[in-house]
Write a protein that binds this ligand. Structure first.
Ligand code: SF4
Length: 475
């Protein structure tokens, strides 16, 4: 794999001084963060380090942080207290990267209370990590490598994947939406899309290496190339395919169609789209592309038009429900998953009831629920009508009960049907049981055999349980 030039220089320098070093990367965040962690692992392995799960044995410990939720901060500071002893006893190099490092108050807190941290870097300087690591080793000094402006998208970084069947591929970075509760646009910067040729090449490479499922990642995937199109309305990027055919790609809808043609890839997922940008061409692509899964993650956040306005989500309850209906009408058997925030400032009982109402109407397959947490630097943090913690928890529990009821009810429709399941491996708790996922991301457990791993197989669903389905495999 081609390694970008400056990285190459420092990776070679580290290799010369590294004596069988070990590393650990701890990820605290979303799938984009996990994808970044795979690149951090890639840089370390190219530099001659091998992975360990035992922090006491690691020469380098990297925390890849996320600033979206408050408990990620608590987790980081808690874990730092734990690794301090490794620094003192073994001289372990302690590194913190990720978007939390774009927050000045966090970096100041680190300097004051955790002076043993050796390197901090932000998402815009991740590609310089080998240089920072080398300088930290040879000069034994503290390094702060953070840029306030967004960096370019860097191609050709080494990557060590955590999985051999499913892989994530970032297609863009940053966000232009400024939802009032969200810190992402401030720390990840404005939207920048990768060139479709680079995405095509990466997925092609994954397919050749046996990967079956690809998840396309971005903060707002259906704005792929939208900013670039605004700057150049004639934008039409040409992708040269492996068979020599040239295809023009200028939107997310066309990217889906392109990725769908790659042999070997059997499933395509994407997260997250924004409801306000869910255009008809994307719906048509999902309908037409056989590999794009029949599950759309469509973040609702709140079912109340008033709260959605305060969140700056730019859609109403009715528009969201109309979009769901439009998608359902065009794509038979389509299912949805979603994100909900409970207790946003100003949320009344009536607003909360609106959220419950949307959940009942849509009937989601999965619901990711969060209690609103204040993030320094966001508009919502300055709102005066913050909700009492007790009320937030009480609503969260009601939401959870309803969500579980709806999911359990929804699971019943699978019993007696035959589902295509991508087999991911053996169950962690039972040697005879294998586990996989349906197109709609439901876990299916069944008695199988090793040679099914990595294959999409038909399984008859015998029974349903809250968090999984039980399948039967016929030889
Ligand atoms: S769409 Fe909203 S919630 Fe999602 S990353 Fe952008 S600002 Fe944050």
């Amino acid at each position: 794999m081609k390694i970008i030039k400056m990285q190459d220089t420092y990776i070679s320098k580290i290799k010369q001084i590294n004596k069988n070093g070990k590393y650990a990367v701890l990820t605290m965040g979303c799938q984009l963060n996990e994808n970044d962690s795979e690149k951090i692992s890639g840089m370390l392995e190219e530099s001659g380090y091998t992975k360990t799960d035992d922090l006491a044995k690691a020469n380098v410990i990297v925390f890849n942080t996320c600033c979206v939720r408050e408990n990620a901060e608590d987790r980081l500071f808690g874990k730092l207290g734990e690794v301090k002893k490794y620094k003192e006893n073994n001289g372990t190099i302690i590194v913190i990267g990720g978007c939390m490092m774009q927050e000045k108050h966090i970096v100041n807190k680190l300097k004051q209370s955790y002076p043993f941290v050796d390197i901090v870097f932000g998402p815009h300087t991740m590609q310089d990590f080998p240089k920072d690591l080398y300088n930290s080793i040879v000069e034994n000094k503290k390094i702060e490598d953070i840029l306030d402006i967004e960096g370019n998208i860097i191609e050709g970084m080494p990557i060590v994947r955590d999985d051999s069947i499913k892989a994530s591929v970032a297609i863009m970075n940053g966000c232009n939406n400024f939802c009032t509760y969200c810190i992402v646009p401030y720390v990840r910067g404005r939207e920048r899309s990768r060139n479709p040729q680079d995405i095509y090449n990466e997925v092609l490479d994954l397919a050749k290496n046996g990967y079956k499922e690809i998840t396309l990642l971005g903060q707002n995937v259906n704005s792929y190339l939208v900013s670039e199109r605004k700057q150049n309305e004639n934008l039409n990027l040409t992708v040269k395919k492996e068979n020599g055919e040239e295809v023009e790609v200028n939107s997310f809808a066309k990217l889906l169609r392109l990725i769908n043609t790659i042999d070997g890839i059997e499933r395509i997922r994407f997260i997250s789209p924004h409801p306000k940008d869910f255009t008809d061409d994307v719906i048509d692509s999902i309908r037409d592309c056989d590999k794009v899964c029949n599950l759309i993650h469509l973040p609702l956040q709140s079912g109340s038009t008033n709260v959605l306005k305060a969140m700056n989500r730019k859609y109403t309850k009715e528009q969201y429900l109309n979009l769901v209906e439009k998608i359902k009408a065009k794509i038979p058997n389509i299912q949805f998953s979603t994100d909900i925030i409970v207790g946003f400032p100003g949320e009344t009982e009536e607003d909360f009831e609106d959220t419950l109402d949307v959940i009942k109407k849509v009937g989601y397959e999965q619901i990711f629920m969060f209690i609103y947490s204040r993030r320094v630097g966001t508009v919502a943090d300055k709102m005066e009508n913050q909700i009492d913690e007790k009320v937030k928890h009480e609503r969260f529990n009601r939401l959870k009960s309803l969500a579980e009821k709806i999911i359990e009810e929804g699971n019943k429709k699978y019993v007696g049907t035959v589902q295509k399941v991508l087999v991911e491996g053996k169950s962690k708790t039972n040697d005879k049981i294998y586990t996989g996922r349906t197109e709609t991301n439901k876990v299916v457990n069944f008695e199988g055999k090793d040679d099914l791993v990595g294959k999409v197989i038909p399984l008859k669903i015998a029974s349903e349980h809250m968090w999984y389905l039980k399948g039967e495999y016929e030889n």
